[in-house]
Design a protein around this ligand. Structure first.
Ligand SMILES: [Zn+2]
Ligand SMILES: [Zn+2]
Ligand SMILES: [Zn+2]
Length: 763
């Protein structure tokens, strides 16, 4: 026995009542507490409450000190303590240390762990032919496995998960109750005898086969079939990533043209064979969050061209469930693993829904009987300027809260229309939801409303303050207006972008906010998107922006950038558009006439200051994206062809704080006429943008004295632009902040909304 734990008489003992909050449930925290209590011979108990974890320990003073040191400094890998309170009390005379039954406390809440990729120990057991769980596709432990995706309520206990229906066998129960076992109180604990099972369905008529499901799946993939595979947060559609015919067929069946699809690689070694990998990227790929990481592809690999449609980047993830490990161990080649949904609908997550909805796409199904309670997409991230920037925040990240710089009341931020997330606050926590999607289709809207209800329930939040976008037609705005008994605040889109960036970077004073994106409703009713704001948490002044131009045909100009290019030329050069005759020749005369009339008469030709539209226009001018299949495609293509060796740039006119791209457009056109290659033009465009933005910043700073700059909005997912701008502004003496924890795109809007609402309504 430890010398500290010599049995003392009760007189020499004291007790500590310890309450911890943070990510302390579903991460092996109670077993950890049990172990260290035992280590120092302390008595008492530990239990999960709906507010966190409550501990009572008693023993000698020295032992209690040692216990508290270990408690805070040797946490299990996935646990995170946000707050801890320790109260001294007289000894109660406990005889042993116990893990007590969880307690639900009305109104209390606790953070819930995101789903966690299979840990190294479980990976080893999975592949060990002598292990009890050899080849079992649902192996997990206190350090890994499903969490958020299977939870129905708090506290996080088996009875409040979709594992509730599986009765543990003797072996599993033994582990679950043995404090020395690494599955002690692992809620989803299971084995082949008692846990979830795989089913393979294939052929016509559909045949159901329970055994050898993995082998049959790998075989079907070899044969060039398309499979629907049930994963952690929903279904994937999977096929060979190296077989062009199959990938093209998947796109045809899914009606998905344009957006790149993600690939699952067997391991780091395989990923490195297909892509360039930095140490940071490697670390991210194998992290417990296991996101899709956007990497640079090596040239001349076997990846089918239809996977990315010619982009030099590739979204790569590694296996993150035991099922994936087994599948890739059997199939061994890169797999396309794209979201199992139709068009823009949410992920399919139940077996029945999969057969109905994915039946027209998939030849075979690999399914299981552990229900997905909360569907959640794969997260997407990219290393930009040396740091991880989340592009789609979902599995592995949500619903982990972001810590706020001050305590907030219960507020709901409804988020935007596209790439929607919502956000709920309580105390120092901001619970930004997982990626919800585009609300303009009914199933996504229903998913949105259901998830808001669920978050409100599990985090015990009942918001009386509701923030929404200023756009009157957004469905998230309508949702906010439908909530009774709440104070509403309309928040300007780009102000929300900037405050989101400030918040996650802990910036509390006034900043120069640069918000560049596709579209956000402006206070003047125009479509903003190239904005220079002087902003804080409460309010903003719009100091500068890109010069307004008209979008002939409105929405249509977004899908057809060649219209946008004409919109720019006509708006900025008027009758002199003729100097761009060669470009005009690429458009039918009648169409030109209609567009000119729309712009003259202001019919369906709204004014915009959007920077994304400038990317569209330039891409159309140089003919790399006359028509796009998804918003932002033109910008992605323009970035992808940059010749990084070019240091030349195009000019903007700067009148006050208004950026006029007329000289730039002339420059692009002249270079085209002189047969300058698109890769040079793309570089000069980006370089010109970086220079122009920093000129505006300098001018604003000279007048205001503000030296902090926040960059947000979807345009800043452009790695070349962000990196170049951060470098240049830093060199000029600015402190530069950008989004990393929440997306720079509209997925970050809801976080900004809640803080602005707090400063205007509840502070
Ligand atoms: Zn594990
Ligand atoms: Zn079992
Ligand atoms: Zn936006």
């Amino acid at each position: 026995m430890d010398r500290l734990s010599n049995a003392n008489s009760k007189d020499n003992l004291t007790r500590r009542i310890i309450e911890t909050k943070g990510i302390v449930q579903g991460v092996g925290f109670r077993p950890f507490v049990f172990q260290i209590a035992k280590r120092y011979g302390l008595h008492g108990w530990v239990l999960n409450t709906s507010g966190g974890v409550l501990i009572e320990v008693e023993g000698a003073e020295e032992s209690l000190h040692a216990f508290l040191d270990d408690l805070t400094m040797q946490l299990p890998p996935l646990a995170k303590i946000d707050t801890i309170s320790v109260i001294e009390a007289e000894a109660a005379g406990y005889q042993d240390f116990k893990i007590r039954q969880s307690q639900a406390q009305p109104g209390k809440y606790v953070s819930i762990s995101p789903d966690v990729g299979t840990c190294a120990d479980c990976q080893r057991e999975l592949m060990d032919s002598t292990d009890h769980r050899y080849g079992y596709p649902f192996i997990n432990c206190t350090n890994c496995g499903p969490r958020f995706s299977i939870i129905t309520d708090i506290p996080y206990d088996r009875q409040f998960t979709s594992m509730q229906r599986f009765q543990m066998c003797d072996t599993c129960s033994q582990e679950y109750t043995d404090p020395d076992d690494r599955r002690f109180h692992a809620q989803p604990n299971a084995c082949a005898q008692c846990g979830p099972q795989l089913t393979f369905m294939g052929g016509t008529p559909l045949q159901v086969i329970n055994g050898e499901a993995i082998k049959l799946t790998a075989q079907a993939l070899q044969e060039g079939k398309i499979l629907a595979i049930k994963g952690l947060g929903g279904f994937h559609l999977a096929c060979s990533a190296t077989d062009e015919t199959t990938v093209a067929e998947l796109r045809r069946r899914k009606h998905r043209y344009g957006k790149a699809m993600a690939v699952m690689m067997k391991d780091l070694e395989q990923a490195a064979r297909y892509c360039e990998l930095s140490a940071t990227e490697e670390k991210l790929l194998v992290s417990p969050r296991r996101p899709i990481v956007i990497l640079n592809q090596r040239q001349g690999t076997k990846i089918a061209s239809s996977v990315t449609f010619g982009l030099p980047t590739l979204g790569v993830m590694l296996p993150y469930t035991p099922l994936h490990f087994l599948l890739l161990d059997s199939y061994r080649e890169p797999l396309v693993m794209t979201s199992g949904n139709i068009s823009e609908e949410p992920l399919v997550s139940s077996n029945e829904e999969a057969i109905v909805k994915l039946g027209v796409i998939a030849d075979c199904f690999l399914m299981h009987n552990r229900d997905i309670v909360n569907k959640i997409d794969d997260s997407v991230t990219r290393i930009i300027a040396g740091r991880e920037a989340v592009i789609r925040r979902a599995r592995g990240y949500a619903p982990e809260p972001l810590l706020l710089p001050e305590q907030l009341p219960e507020i709901l931020g409804c988020g935007p229309e596209q790439k929607n997330t919502f956000c709920l606050t309580r105390d120092y926590h901001a619970f930004v939801s997982q990626h919800i999607g585009d609300l303009d289709n009914l199933p996504t809207l229903e998913y949105y409303e259901r998830m808001i209800d669920f978050y409100k329930h599990i985090f015990r939040i009942n918001p009386r303050i509701v923030a929404h976008d200023l756009h009157p037609a957004y469905l998230s705005t309508h949702y906010a207006q439908s909530i009774g008994n709440a104070q509403l605040l309309g928040v300007q889109h780009h102000h929300a972008h900037i405050v989101s960036c400030m918040l996650e970077n802990g910036v509390t004073d006034q900043v120069i906010g640069i918000a560049f994106d596709g579209t956000g409703y402006g206070t003047d009713g125009n479509l903003w998107g190239g904005e220079f704001l002087l902003a804080d948490y409460r309010s903003f002044t719009r100091l500068g922006h890109f010069k307004y131009v008209r979008m002939p045909g409105g929405e249509k100009a977004i899908k057809e950038p060649y219209r946008m290019a004409y919109g720019y030329l006509y708006s900025l050069f008027g009758k002199d558009t003729r100097t761009f005759q060669k470009y005009l020749d690429t458009i039918e005369d009648e169409e030109l006439l209609i567009m000119a009339q729309q712009m003259d008469k202001h019919i369906n030709a709204p004014l915009t200051s959007s920077c994304a539209r400038l990317f569209d226009a330039v891409s159309a001018l140089i003919n790399i994206a006359r028509i796009v299949r998804y918003e932002g495609e033109a910008a992605v293509r323009l970035e992808s062809i940059i010749d990084e060796g070019v240091i030349d740039f195009y000019d903007f006119d700067l009148q006050g704080y208004i950026l006029d791209p007329a000289p730039l457009l002339k420059g692009v056109y002249n270079d085209l006429a002189n047969n300058i290659v698109p890769s040079t033009i793309a570089a000069k465009f980006h370089n010109g943008l970086i220079k122009a933005i920093s000129n505006v910043c300098r001018r604003i700073s000279n007048h205001t004295g503000v030296k902090k700059v926040c960059l947000s909005g979807g345009v800043f997912q452009n790695a070349f632009l962000l990196k170049g701008l951060v470098k240049r502004l830093t060199k000029e003496g600015f402190s530069v902040f950008w989004q990393q924890k929440v997306p720079a795109n509209d997925g970050g809007i809801s976080l900004g909304q809640v803080m602005i609402a707090h400063y205007n309504l509840s502070r």
